[in-house]
Design a protein around this ligand. Structure first.
Ligand SMILES: [Zn+2]
Length: 362
């Protein structure tokens, strides 16, 4: 009960900081005495901070409360095909230190990326100088309920990797959990970009992943495997895919397929590539087909395109929208927009999930 009430008080502070004890009592229905005692506990735990009393008001001056910017912090880590990144957020979710390092992991042993991650983590922790209480690692692969990477088609040597136990000793014993990159990016839209409670986030890259948010919560499926949009079939007789199937979305709208079709060496060269228009058109058509299937199944009103897709421009996004709407049965109002957070949304959400968990169960 006490724990529940501590969380209740914290929720009020998160919602309306800076806020007085009296206002918390008014909004929660707890007595002022109870609120004062809970607040003392939260101040001692370093979760709350007391601002200077407001002068001039009659009676005893009230000291408003806010989340402690020097309190428990979260470490976010991102392991991608071509880079690693780390950041520290404070209790409010604000980024206090961030670093990124180009590093190719395609056919490398996970130990290499983990050593680089440990180095980056040391740097951001030193810069933020906050008491970090846990880490969440974002990976571009399916993560099982036990935190083990089940399948990462673009990082084949990571299949079966149990990142937590491998990384914890390199981070001085810090508790580490692992999550899917697109799932975290979807939460980032919800938490940091006022995203709607029902939406699908699509992360374009070498692979194409989706994070699905329904009723304000992440939908992960029975075993954490939901959101494999990249392996939705858009052409039954299409090219072979690394998953063993054929004609998957990734084979038309994934980064490598897109660059190959356009005749471009990298994303920067794409706009001027000889077959850019046809390649972008093909990717928009394929993505529209896959998304229409998803919208018909899930009835989500908003689709957010992130990763490399956020760099393909508003006209391309409109094209995806048109292709999607051609095939959606019941919804005439599906919005498709480019993410304003990407890149870095998943990384920030990884770190923020550590502090949000602490605020939920103080
Ligand atoms: Zn596939």
């Amino acid at each position: 009960m006490r724990r529940h009430n501590l969380a209740l008080v914290l929720r009020e502070v998160v919602r309306a900081e800076p806020v007085s004890r009296a206002a918390i009592a008014g909004r929660t229905g707890l007595t002022r005495g109870t609120v004062s005692s809970l607040v003392e506990e939260l101040l001692d735990a370093g979760l709350l901070d007391e601002l200077a009393a407001e002068r001039g008001a009659p009676g005893r001056p009230a000291s408003p409360l806010q989340l402690n910017r020097s309190g428990p912090a979260g470490l976010g880590i991102e392991i991608e095909v071509d880079h690693v990144a780390a950041c520290v957020v404070d209790l409010t979710g604000a980024v206090r230190a961030i670093a990124r390092l180009a590093s190719d992991h395609r056919d490398r042993d996970p130990a290499l990326a983990l050593a680089r991650v440990a180095e980056l983590a040391r740097a951001v922790r030193a810069e933020a100088a906050l008491p970090v209480v846990g880490a969440v690692v974002a990976v571009p692969g399916v993560v099982g309920a036990d935190g083990v990477v089940v399948r990462a088609p673009n990082l084949p040597r990571w299949s079966g990797a149990d990142v937590g136990p491998l990384l914890t000793p390199l981070l001085g014993g810090l508790p580490v959990t692992t999550a899917n990159e697109a799932d975290l990016a979807a939460l980032a839209e919800l938490w940091f970009a006022d995203g709607p409670p029902d939406a699908m986030y699509v992360s374009g890259g070498v692979g194409v992943g989706a994070g699905i948010v329904l009723g304000g919560r992440l939908f992960r499926g029975a075993g954490g495997r939901a959101g494999e949009l990249g392996h939705v079939v858009v052409d039954a007789d299409g090219p072979a895919c690394r998953c063993g199937g054929r004609g998957c979305l990734e084979q038309t709208a994934g980064l490598e397929a897109l660059l190959r079709a356009a005749g471009a060496a990298d994303l920067d060269a794409l706009p001027d590539a000889p077959r850019a228009a046809a390649a972008l058109d093909g990717a928009a058509a394929a993505l529209g087909v896959a998304l229409a299937g998803a919208v018909n199944l899930l009835d989500v009103p908003v689709v957010v395109l992130g990763g490399i897709y956020s760099r393909l421009g508003a006209a391309w996004c409109d094209d995806v929208h048109a292709r999607l709407c051609e095939r959606v049965v019941h919804r005439s109002d599906v919005a498709v927009r480019l993410s304003t957070l990407a890149p870095g949304g998943a990384l920030r959400a990884a770190a923020a999930s550590v502090v949000r968990a602490r605020l939920r169960s103080p």
